[in-house]
Write a protein that binds this ligand. Structure first.
Ligand code: ATP
Ligand code: MG
Length: 319
């Protein structure tokens, strides 16, 4: 591990959320938002809030949604010098409505927004040169320029002794597209820390059970795997074995953003030298806090927030 910023590359969006449960947006309905969002943006906001140097390469439009996001990221300590303000395209957006069964319906405006036009600017090259760690979010890989930048950044960071983490954040359709699948395999082959959730673990290894999927991934050169298990917590695997950490008991209001905050917190805690169990505990706390509030970035945490949450929280299975 080397010092330096944690860097991510990918979409900044606003999220606008239905306030009622149901299916999609085919009828007049109340909405709330805009909330700052985008998986890489949520991730990097959480890194910044923990006081670790952080930067994002992205693009927003020259509009209020862009300003809203940039002000939030800046306030929370993120270097936004490599976020381009696109002169023509609007800031990306995601409209979301939860279904009664917990599923979600989305209307995304990403590919045709500023977030679909991220390019390697001189400012992007400057933050890349300062980064000690690259975090790849799978949600951005379908944008060809984003994948190209990540593909070039990986060997540059590794040559300096830096590290790479990968949260697949996948929709199954992405792997049906051969170019999408190749992009995922390229990133996985360079990944030091892999952060899947649920079925993402087996999508990559082809193995159906957890144990053989973990073994196959460790075999291919991934050093650490952190499996996110929603309300049940998380598990860490490396060549020395497994560490399981149960989740915290909270009331889930809005699950979006939990995985991103979890990943950011695990990485920062490890970079600060915390043990695997301590890093898992902090990451579980960050994920748990995120789901208790509406809005994907509204529940990101400082270490002070996490310490006071943990001091008063109940661990699942111990009540
Ligand atoms: P995302 O929906 O953001 O992609 P994910 O699927 O990557 O999330 P999850 O496993 O849903 O990841 O959540 C990440 C972490 O957040 C979990 O490992 C857990 O620590 C915490 N978490 C998520 N949901 C809950 C919950 N209902 N109660 C307590 N903790 C939770
Ligand atoms: Mg989830």
């Amino acid at each position: 591990m080397i010092e330096g910023k944690i860097l991510t590359i990918g979409e900044i969006l606003v999220e606008i959320m239905a306030t009622t449960l149901g299916r999609g947006f085919l009828e007049l309905q109340p909405l709330i938002g805009p909330f700052p969002s985008g998986a890489p943006a949520i991730f990097i906001d959480q890194v910044g809030k923990l006081g670790h140097p952080a930067a994002i390469v992205s693009a927003v439009g020259d509009d209020d949604f862009g300003v809203l996001n940039l002000e939030r990221l800046k306030r929370d300590g993120v270097d936004i010098s490599a976020v381009a303000i696109h002169p023509g395209a609007a800031t990306g957006s995601a409209f979301v409505r939860y279904r009664p069964d917990g599923g979600r319906d989305f209307v995304f405006n990403m590919r045709d927004s500023a977030a679909g036009r991220i390019v390697a600017t001189p400012e992007a090259r400057a933050v890349l040169a300062e980064a000690g760690h690259l975090h790849v979010m799978g949600s951005g890989l379908p944008v060809p320029a984003v994948f190209a930048m990540i593909r070039d950044a990986i060997p540059a960071i590794k040559a300096r002794g830096g590290t790479v983490s990968f949260d697949p954040n996948i929709r199954v359709e992405m792997l049906r597209d051969p170019a999408g699948k190749a992009a995922f395999q390229t990133v996985l082959a360079a990944t030091d820390i892999f952060l899947p959730s649920g079925e993402e673990l087996s999508l990559f290894s082809g193995a159906s059970d957890e144990e053989s999927a973990i073994a196959a991934l460790l075999e291919t050169g991934v050093n650490e795997i952190v499996l996110k298990r929603g309300a049940a917590g998380a598990s860490h695997f490396d060549r020395n074995g497994a560490t399981h950490m149960p989740g915290f008991v909270v009331e889930e209001i809005d699950p979006t953003g939990a995985g991103d905050s979890f990943g950011a917190t695990f990485l920062v805690a490890r970079r600060l030298g915390k043990s695997i169990p301590d890093a898992l505990r902090y990451a579980n706390a960050a994920g748990a806090r995120t789901v208790t509030v509406k809005g994907p970035m509204e529940g990101t945490s400082s270490f002070a927030d996490l310490d006071s949450f943990i001091a008063g929280a109940i661990i699942k299975g111990t009540a």
